[in-house]
Design a protein around this ligand. Structure first.
Ligand SMILES: C[S@@+](CC[C@H](N)C(=O)[O-])C[C@H]1O[C@@H](n2cnc3c(N)ncnc32)[C@H](O)[C@@H]1O
Length: 199
């Protein structure tokens, strides 16, 4: 277990769960600028739960979702530590498939390396994004359309190397209007935070 404070949020993080990093920070900066609010948000791939806890300040309910069951245990513990347990629901899922609700906002900081995760090592789900590094992201975008209300928003991260034109094409074919909100240079790549609105 690691104990940390990230962006003013207290966290206890099991070894099998992603510790917030530069990508998490960039999404938090985007959320801070946008100040979104509403009834229902989903934090897909919640990891430690940091984005769920942040969103719980301005949404009536937040659904934290992850394929890694240890991440949901971490979210439960960290939500309690930050006194927002009453606002957070937890769902163990592969991206967003089981949701039958209408979201105002869905947020996803997905894995983006071009490798397949290993079932025996849950932490690998944090960075292994499958084929070309964007298999999980593409599946999310295909599924999130039905989960977000008309006019609702999706905020997600990708790396430049994983293909900006592919994201633009997919978003417009799904009826989203998308724009890149934030960028940050890494050693050999660039992190991009997108915001897309369902039209
Ligand atoms: C880069 S981490 C982000 C964690 C946290 N949201 C943050 O920003 O610090 C990616 C998260 O997505 C989860 N994940 C990976 N594949 C997934 C899938 N198919 N469905 C749901 N969650 C997934 C991982 O288990 C991991 O917790």
């Amino acid at each position: 277990m690691r104990k940390t404070v990230f962006h003013g949020i207290r966290l206890i993080i099991p070894e099998t769960v992603y510790e917030p990093a530069e990508d998490t920070k960039l999404i938090l900066e985007a959320l801070e600028e946008l100040s979104p609010e509403g009834k229902l948000a989903a934090d897909v791939g919640c990891g430690s739960g940091i984005l769920s806890i942040y969103l719980a300040r301005s949404f009536e309910r937040v659904i934290g979702m992850d394929v890694n069951p240890d991440a949901l245990s971490a979210l439960r513990e960290n939500a309690s530590l930050n006194e927002v347990s009453d606002k957070i629901l937890m769902v163990c899922s592969d991206v967003i498939s089981p949701l039958r609700v209408k979201l105002d906002l869905a947020v996803f900081n997905p894995p983006y390396l071009p490798e397949s995760p290993r079932k025996e090592d849950l932490l690998t789900y944090s960075w292994c994004g499958g084929r070309r590094g964007r298999e999980v992201l593409d599946r999310f975008l295909l599924q999130v359309r039905d989960a977000v209300r008309d006019g609702g928003h999706v905020i997600f991260l990708q790396t430049e190397r994983n293909g900006v034109p592919e994201t633009e094409t997919l978003l417009s074919s799904l009826g989203f209007r998308g724009q890149i909100l934030k960028e940050r240079k890494l050693c050999f790549d660039r992190l991009l935070v997108w915001m897309a609105q369902k039209i």
